[in-house]
Design a protein around this ligand. Sequence first.
Ligand code: SF4
Ligand code: SF4
Length: 447
Amino acid sequence: MASELGLPARSDSHPMTIDRVGELGIVGAGGGGFPTAVKLGTRVPLVIANAAECEPLLHKDKELLHHLAEPFLRGMVQAMEMVGAQQGVIGIKGKYLDIIAALEQQLPRGVRIVPLPDAYPSGDEFILVHMVTGRVIPPGGLPKDVDALVANVETLMNIGLDQPVAHKYLTVAGAVANPITVRVPVGISIGEVIAAAGGATVDDFSVLLGGVMMAKPAAGLDVPVTKTTGGIVVLPSSHKLMERHQAKWPQIARIGRSACDQCRFCTEFCPRYLLGHPIEPHRAMQTLGFTGGADQMVMGTLYCCECNLCTMYACPEDLDPKSVCVQGKPVARERGLTFKGSPESVTPNPMAEFRRVPMKRLIARLGLTEFNNVGPLTDFEFSPSRVVLPLKQHAGVPAVPVVKTGDRVRAGDLLAQPEAGKLGARIHASIGGVARLTHDAVVIDAN
Ligand code: SF4
Ligand code: SF4
């Protein structure tokens, strides 16, 4: 497609197949990085495009649907064909009336739009599938258990573009001069991307990768963008969100043990609990005071999606039930504590739709109201002198390099691939130059 932003054209030289999706190194672009070719190896009647994008301040998927609807819709139809689906659904926030109206003019046969509430966490696969189909994925299950496949907008667009995945779209937000969405070479440093957004507006700043709710603090400005980086949020280092994301476990456990009053707010807001899953974060909090024998309380932690709503929004004491759930998961796995009920016994709480957290209220609670909540797609040309491509930027095993130090590579060349039979994804060069291997990455110094 020759887009108004001068974005890449589609190659017509290959028919789209599951093998081809694997060759292109396409992975879930929404965060998990699950290899898409593996995901497509199923037969389901429904493909759902996840355009819910519920992380505050991020706008990448909405911008792609606005500017790159053609390759996205092509990829959607190709994905439907590969899994044998007759139906496709685009789940997008109902407030984007202009984008929905434009998409409706182009919808392929069998594809419809389901408007979603402007609430967190609408983008969680389990919540999305329930809102679209009315069915509940069983605890520990997958969308295919209820006859659906869910894929992120950019993932489907990458299928439609039919090119090796060497670029990433992301929003730069928060304390930057010009919040934007941009297309960047995979492996570029986040510092260079922040500079493209006009730089930080405060001297002492820190960076969250992936959003603010399910984010990870970046270790520094040299950290490379990967195939799953959906957003870069710059915040003053003193912002309370930074403090919360950087809290250490001993402190979380000590304060949680003494300050939790068992009010249950964390549970009553938990989207997975409201879906009927056997998770009750307030019970996980009780385990902080036990030395063992709390199997039932630990078991539910396995079904926590780590959305962070309990910690960042629900708890009136500013405790961290999400981290307590994360700590409980390996214990539950080790003890083989899984849900033993029947899928039919999992029924949503009748209060679920009244407990959704509106985005505006969440932004206010997180202390983000001062930041400009926009992220227009901008045609910015990046020319990094170096990119660092980690060998593991996907679910599964790290890819094994097929190049060696000193090799000259061109943009789009294959750099690394997973061992035969192992779960993983191929890595391609995002710029031309000279390759150098490190223990966990291929570095390319530009020509
Ligand atoms: S909301 Fe906070 S104080 Fe209330 S039960 Fe949960 S962790 Fe404890
Ligand atoms: S992070 Fe908290 S609210 Fe989210 S699923 Fe886990 S327990 Fe529930």
